[in-house]
Design a protein around this ligand. Sequence first.
Ligand code: T1G
Length: 698
Amino acid sequence: MTDMVTYELEDGIAVITVANPPVNALGHAVRKGLWDAIDRFNAEPEAKAALILGAGKIFLGGADISEFGKPPKDPWLPEVCNHIEAATKPVVCAIQGAALGGGLEVALGCHYRVALKGAKLGLPEVNLGIIPGAGGTQRTPRVIGVKAALEIIPAGGTVSAERAVEMGLADRLATGDPRAAGLAFAQELVAEGAAPRPVGQMPCPDHDAEALAEARALWSKKNRGEVARLASIDAVEAATRLEIMPGLEEERRIFSEMMDTPQRAGLIHAFFIERKTAKIPEIAGVDPRPVARIGVIGGGTMGAGIATAALTRGLDVTLIERDDASADKARATIAKNLDGAVKRGKLGAAQKDAILSDTFRTATGYDALSDSDLAIEAVFEDMDVKKAVFAELDRVMKPGAILATNTSYLDVNEIAASTSRPADVIGLHFFSPAHVMKLLEVVVADKTANDVTATAFALAKTLGKTAVRAGVCDGFIGNRILAKYRAAADRMVLQGASPYQVDRAIKAFGWPMGPYEMGDLAGLDIGYMTRKRKAATRDPRDIVPSWADALYDLGRLGQKTGRGYYIYEEGTRGGKEDPEVEELVAKARAEAGIDPRDFTDDEIQRRYMAALVNEAADVVEEGIAHRPLDVDVTFLYGYGFPRFRGGPMHWADHVGLAGLLSDIEDYAQEDDFFWQPSALLKRLVQDNATFASLNDKG
Ligand code: T1G
């Protein structure tokens, strides 16, 4: 055994416990320990059955992802599972908290399984760009059938302990201590003379052609572009025609194929970086201020969304509106949001009622916030309006309370300076809908105290969001970069690409929408207002998409008016291309004296991404984003960047920074105003370095 796997005999049961905090990952030492423990169990006549346990809050969290990409060391996990299964006496496991990936595969190598209430059992491998590689695709369908296995494996999903027992994935449901539950079950099995029940020896599951076809159809559309989900279906199908050993070989073949894909690298990068954004020096070891009661100022879409996010996570919310009618409207919006959470199974109906009667209230006077721990305003995006709100907050809120703004671009330093307590002021930039989108940009102003920043990150965790630290600039991280690649798209349209071709090419790259569909969704008035706001300081060499202003003048604001770049008809999904838009673009080209040229989809993707990465490099260079990984997380969680590509900076490393820089230098030949190669990008190329090399920055 190793010190990560202990073996003790208790009343004839060999209790084998894995202890590898924090998640009992099945690293080499654990695998070796399990292998040796089973050898000892087989050789020990006093041991009539074995019980495998995971110490701490979860059973086994899966293979050790940090070992991926390194040469695997014997014994491999599939062999450990086979070794457990081949034990000469019954092996039981007790699952608390989670049995995920290899963790569930170890459980399936056992002969019997008891699941503790609250435990999650699942095979999330496809979320990492691989497939279950230790028997999961072969044993799961043998135990629960192909249809049920396809409910879990290509989805990378989990099932509850109750559902696992219903499906037959676990034999028993228990409560309390996993060791006691496991021992009781093991003793029962010994008493009834139960024999080992190797899953691998169960017959091949029926070839459910319909379920396989349905799964293939579903996963060809969902998570578009990801290969592992479809490959996992092939592995499940193999179980219907191959005995266990050839089936395990086929699974290993497909697993190894997936391990070599850039998607695996991208998805694992995404897995690790989402846990790193909170690891920044300024809050290391800093205690957050307690936040139990918050105030929200403004009950529009954003304010109501923020209030909903806080309420569903147990916070007490007082929402301030200017009058009773607006307050009632906000309450109705929040009630509707809560209904959605109930429908999605995220909230119980009784919880919703309790929220609306107990922890949520509205008021029309700021004095109602006198005992709030934090207030966040989501009022009209105008500096004077914001300053007036902050003056009131400054007047009424208790010492130590935090004053936050949800502004998406205004200068948080200027807002802070308008109060008597700039150290307590911070930006909390939510993304709409605020109760759904995971990203929260924590905008740290010059005078923001570190414990206020720490409180913002703690609040994000409470709200189930992923926080990214951002510095103060126009648009912070995401919107500043968005403005750049959005402008690159407009330049391509002016040069000859159709907006519709741009959208198609960008969706083919893996984005959920192209820039023009996105504009129609968000509302073309937003872009119009931004252009007007920047008009006074616009460089004369810059271009303005006059066709976009024309659409605004025509009242074509996108989906909300039934027409924008696309025509939206009742009852039809998506929009239809609009020849009138093409005419507006042609007019703009003529006015600019441009003879339109063709673009390939590849060039559209390259230019769009080059603009994104180049601006992102500046954002990192200026310290607006702490590291490239913070840009990756921003785009994965706030802008729908395809997760299998790991984030824009990971993608840039993958395609090669030198090639990107060379493209940008070529583009600069035609337009050295818009295309200015980032100093950081040039430095990295010169040093033959990558963005990843900057991610370990403390
Ligand atoms: N390997 C290595 N490190 C892991 C890990 C893993 N499997 N899971 C978590 N960590 C780290 C994580 O990075 C963080 O590190 C710390 O543990 C706490 O994590 C052959 C090949 C288990 C539900 O996909 O879903 O098995 O930031 O904050 O909220 O078929 O972690 O502290 O330095 O998330 O309590 C399949 C992934 C692997 C499970 C616990 N398994 N992990 O949540 O803690 S592939 C997974 C989770 C596989 C086999 C294949 C969650 C959790 P740090 P945490 P948590």
